[in-house]
Design a protein around this ligand. Structure first.
Ligand code: GLP
Length: 258
């Protein structure tokens, strides 16, 4: 894995945007994450679109996950979140910004259909990831099968607590979600995980230096052929091998499009 440590969240976003821009220029299929971690990166990509002509017109996108039984129009549905925070501000065709249908009365069928749509599109080239404080990626909670596919999941109480900040109360946070599985995520060509802040230090240490385990779903990055982890100093603060990672970073590791 490439572990890239940057002093500030702005520098994390700039480096992530540098990597993503190379894929966008090639009309890649982008895997998009929600939550707060990728927002600064999305803002920087929007700036490059507006000021530097970075075009997304040849791209398409798949979201990682979606709440079940939350209307698409709800501001906290991931369908709305990604448009408000990113895709409505660039020239990616809106009909090619795909997400699981959390409004379906048969969510298990919606999950299977979504998994098929990713395969039929030829897969995701680069998947942006955040990580939950409990080590989840997407909505794959601890104990998720490492080879799981898109399916319905029940949220861990810690995730409900963490995500309650986006709702009026914890009671409003949906309990069920549709999420790409860890096996689905692992099929992407390049995994790009972003984590900032002290609150993610334990999850970053577990996923980077801990065992590959269903107890820390983010640890699947250790198996991936091209995984990049970009963190700020607080999120990197519990990594034992910080000095080594910084050394490789100073030598500007050559990352290649997968
Ligand atoms: C939610 C999302 C994840 C995201 C996580 C962390 O659970 N489903 O995709 O990585 O929150 O969010 P944040 O980046 O706001 O800490």
């Amino acid at each position: 894995m490439e572990i890239l440590i940057r002093p500030t969240t702005a520098q994390v976003a700039t480096l992530a945007a540098d990597i993503l821009s190379e894929y966008v220029k090639r009309g890649a299929t982008l895997g998009l994450a929600t939550g707060s971690s990728p927002v600064e990166t999305y803002k920087e990509l929007i700036r490059r679109h507006r000021e530097e002509g970075l075009s997304f017109a040849q791209c398409r996108a798949f979201l990682l996950d979606e709440y079940v039984d939350l209307p698409r129009e709800h501001p906290q549905s991931y369908y709305s979140f990604i448009r408000n925070e990113f895709t409505s501000h660039v020239d990616i065709p809106d009909n090619l910004v795909c997400s699981p249908d959390g409004t379906s009365h048969k969510p298990w069928e919606a999950a299977e259909a979504y998994e098929r749509s990713i395969v039929e599109a030829g897969g995701v080239d680069v998947q942006i990831l955040g990580v939950g404080t409990n080590g989840h990626i997407g909505f794959n909670e601890p104990s998720s099968s490492l080879s799981s596919v898109t399916r319905i999941k029940t949220l861990h109480p810690q995730t409900v607590k963490d995500n309650a900040r986006f709702f009026d109360s914890a009671e409003e946070v949906p309990q069920h979600v549709l999420t790409q599985g860890l096996g689905t995520i692992a099929r992407a060509g390049h995994l790009l995980l972003l984590a900032t802040g002290e609150g993610k230090a334990n999850a970053v240490k577990a996923l980077v230096e801990g065992p590959v385990s269903a107890s820390c779903p983010g640890s699947i990055l250790q198996w991936h052929r091209h995984a990049t982890v970009i963190v700020d100093e607080p999120a990197a603060s519990k990594l034992e091998n910080k000095v080594y990672y910084r050394y490789t970073d100073e030598h500007k590791p050559e990352w290649q499009l997968h």
